[in-house]
Design a protein around this ligand. Sequence first.
Ligand code: HEC
Ligand code: HEC
Ligand code: HEC
Ligand code: HEC
Ligand code: HEC
Ligand code: HEC
Ligand code: HEC
Ligand code: HEC
Ligand code: HEC
Ligand code: HEC
Ligand code: HEC
Ligand code: HEC
Ligand code: HEC
Length: 451
Amino acid sequence: MHGRGIKAVKVCTLSFVAIFIILGIYAFSANNWTIGSAEAAGSCVTSTCHSTMGKGKFVHGPAAVGQCDACHIQQGSRGQHPKFAPITNSAELCYKCHDRLDVKQGVHSPVKAGNCTLCHDAHQSSYKFMLRGDGQSLCFKCHDKKIAGGKFVHGPVAVGGCAMCHNPHQTDYPKMLNAVGNDVCYICHTDKAQSFQNKKFAHKPVKEKCINCHSPHSGDYKFNFSQEGSRDLCYTCHKDKKDWIESVKVKHGGLETDKKCLACHDPHVSDYVKQLTREPADSCNLCHNKQLTKTINMQEYLEKNKNYHGPIQQKDCSGCHNTHGSDNFRILRKYYPPVFYAPFDIKNYELCFNCHEKTLVIDAKTKTLTGFRNGEQNLHFVHVNKVDKGRTCRACHDAHATNNPKHIRNAVPFGAWGLPVGFSKTAGGGSCLPGCHQKFEYNRDNPVRNR
Ligand code: HEC
Ligand code: HEC
Ligand code: HEC
Ligand code: HEC
Ligand code: HEC
Ligand code: HEC
Ligand code: HEC
Ligand code: HEC
Ligand code: HEC
Ligand code: HEC
Ligand code: HEC
Ligand code: HEC
Ligand code: HEC
């Protein structure tokens, strides 16, 4: 960026140095004005006149070599101080030696208006490029400094590096930026540019623009957010989640850790669906790898019980649980009775019948619906479909896994007792010796007469 115009400037320098020498000789010999010692020196800069000129920290090329008349046309008559011609449009003056800075699509307002000297001193200043202020202070002469006023200020803004992102003169991009969209951020965050690119999924607002979430300048929350970043920020767009999470009866403790939403989700990119930081089921193990106040160590349970229920095989905990909470016991997506006995109502088993056929417990006789039958007698119907003391599925099955076939449990909590189920499978059926009754057998092909 800084290289622009240098070639032209060099050419100008040479020609002006030449002109200066010629004019200098002319001025000296013609001696056509007479005041003080300036006359003697033939220069505008003497110990009494314009004495500070050229002494600034950063001096403009032509001013440094006393080439005042590169810009000023001396006016006035003999014997008087030659007045410098008032300069109205400094830009046109500057463009005599510098490349034009108003040719791109977006030209900064003061440049367009030709007011280079609102930012640059034509002669000298204490700041690089003869600027009239450094970093922030220059820009905040005209812009509201509120943008850098948040509690957390972005690195380059804090050090006044406005020009790292904005071109002070002209640009082909909106908002005077040096690049478009996320490329503005990737000017410096090259690590992110790389790591974001190699991921399978990108959060939609990240793909769109970083500044959907991060202020480029400052914010009242860490990472220059306008909201607390691990949840409130998410809620600004995911309002439906906020409404859901706040309204459900059974809250998930997983949402309430320090990391809030970020316990499971990556805000930027991910190799897993739904912005999760790992496989969905593995993300549960982040916390359920130990016993919590009212829940067992599920990871350990699943390591010990090898015969996984279908969705567990597919690592799909969300088939049954709503991680963001629900109105049902154990944050289940659908109702499932937390009890051993329940009067039969098909609605009690919405959870299971979300995936399995209801007829399993509706038809008293069947040859096909279930393997849990004695001849044609549907034993699911027998146990479950009772007006008052219907056995719920949990009386026999575990929803996650067991070491028995068909996810039959060893024992089921019955009050304070672990009531044994005592199931064993046989060729054409099975038998149970539960805590409820004596040993019963069933056989699908040759019905057994239990007594
Ligand atoms: C690159 C162009 C340029 C050169 C070279 C230049 N000036 Fe100026 N000068 C200006 C402009 C433009 C102004 C009008 C003030 C402004 O807009 O900042 C100005 C204003 C002045 C003023 C009026 C007071 C002030 O500072 O505003 C004086 C005095 C002056 N110049 C002296 C000099 C002297 C002496 C030299 C040579 C050492 C010189 N200038 C060289 C552009 C130049
Ligand atoms: C007479 C020719 C001439 C005019 C007119 C002129 N400049 Fe320059 N300018 C130069 C030269 C020569 C340099 C020194 C270039 C270098 O150091 O490479 C320079 C340097 C600069 C620099 C510093 C660039 C750097 O890389 O350090 C700025 C900023 C600048 N000029 C702004 C202006 C502005 C603003 C005007 C109009 C008010 C203007 N110039 C008018 C000749 C001119
Ligand atoms: C809004 C303030 C502002 C205005 C107006 C402005 N400049 Fe600049 N200019 C800057 C800043 C800031 C820099 C330093 C850029 C950087 O740090 O990269 C700069 C740098 C320069 C440079 C040296 C580096 C470069 O980009 O080549 C030149 C030459 C220059 N300006 C000329 C001009 C001229 C000519 C005008 C009028 C047409 C002008 N500027 C108007 C703020 C301004
Ligand atoms: C002399 C006054 C002045 C200075 C100094 C100045 N600007 Fe500006 N700037 C303006 C004006 C006037 C506008 C146009 C106003 C608008 O569109 O809101 C503008 C517009 C902008 C815009 C575009 C705003 C938009 O909404 O499109 C940006 C970005 C900007 N300036 C950044 C800077 C930066 C960075 C600096 C310091 C290097 C700076 N300005 C210094 C006067 C100034
Ligand atoms: C990290 C890059 C970056 C830095 C550094 C930066 N800006 Fe910006 N600025 C942006 C982006 C991106 C936008 C566009 C915001 C948008 O489109 O909503 C912007 C917008 C602006 C605007 C337009 C008004 C607005 O808020 O949309 C102004 C004025 C502005 N910046 C001034 C500054 C000033 C002054 C500085 C230095 C104190 C600065 N910027 C530093 C990236 C930056
Ligand atoms: C000019 C270089 C530069 C540009 C361009 C830039 N940044 Fe930064 N950014 C930094 C620096 C330097 C830090 C401070 C790093 C640190 O403290 O570890 C930083 C820090 C951050 C942080 C906070 C990190 C932390 O640990 O506190 C975020 C978020 C951020 N930048 C986002 C952005 C976004 C979004 C953009 C594009 C609008 C952007 N940056 C453009 C240089 C830049
Ligand atoms: C949906 C909102 C959102 C968007 C869009 C977003 N971020 Fe972030 N970003 C966050 C959150 C939330 C954090 C805090 C992460 C944490 O606490 O672990 C963060 C942290 C950061 C950090 C600092 C911590 C780190 O991971 O190094 C940087 C740098 C960063 N983001 C850069 C970017 C860039 C670059 C973009 C655009 C490509 C971007 N962000 C887009 C939400 C967002
Ligand atoms: C600026 C708005 C915005 C913010 C802030 C935001 N998101 Fe998103 N998010 C979206 C949009 C848009 C989608 C895409 C929705 C769609 O495709 O239907 C999305 C999608 C998602 C998805 C689903 C991704 C998928 O692959 O289906 C998750 C998970 C998500 N966001 C989590 C978060 C979290 C966590 C936060 C807070 C750190 C957050 N979002 C902040 C706008 C936002
Ligand atoms: C304990 C882990 C965990 C936490 C914490 C968490 N989520 Fe999720 N989130 C998930 C899982 C798992 C999915 C995928 C659910 C699915 O496939 O149905 C998901 C999906 C999403 C989706 C995609 C839409 C959907 O429902 O499938 C959004 C949006 C979302 N989460 C936002 C959030 C927000 C906002 C927060 C913080 C309030 C948050 N999540 C906290 C685990 C979590
Ligand atoms: C960030 C930690 C964390 C993650 C990740 C997490 N949980 Fe939890 N979960 C908890 C905490 C804490 C509780 C409350 C447990 C307690 O008090 O005993 C809980 C409770 C539960 C409960 C019982 C709810 C109740 O109140 O009865 C279920 C079911 C559950 N989690 C399932 C899941 C599933 C499925 C996943 C993965 C999608 C998951 N959890 C991921 C922390 C987490
Ligand atoms: C087929 C439906 C289903 C699937 C799939 C499922 N769960 Fe469950 N989960 C349940 C039911 C039903 C309960 C309540 C069990 C009970 O109380 O008998 C439960 C209870 C829990 C509990 C509390 C256990 C306790 O009693 O302490 C945790 C933790 C849990 N599930 C985690 C998971 C995790 C992790 C996954 C995925 C690996 C998962 N669940 C998959 C249905 C399911
Ligand atoms: C998210 C879908 C889903 C839900 C909800 C669900 N299941 Fe399953 N279930 C399956 C899948 C898939 C299989 C594996 C089917 C296969 O292998 O043919 C299966 C298999 C079974 C089996 C063993 C079948 C076999 O032949 O080995 C039993 C028993 C079972 N489920 C009981 C239940 C109970 C009880 C519930 C309610 C707590 C339930 N299921 C809820 C999807 C589900
Ligand atoms: C009294 C114990 C008991 C109860 C209560 C029970 N089941 Fe079963 N279930 C079994 C047995 C035993 C099998 C294995 C049948 C076989 O293959 O020999 C079975 C098998 C299944 C199967 C595998 C397919 C099939 O029917 O053979 C599914 C699915 C199933 N049960 C779902 C449920 C659902 C849903 C509930 C609750 C509505 C439930 N069970 C209640 C004992 C029970």
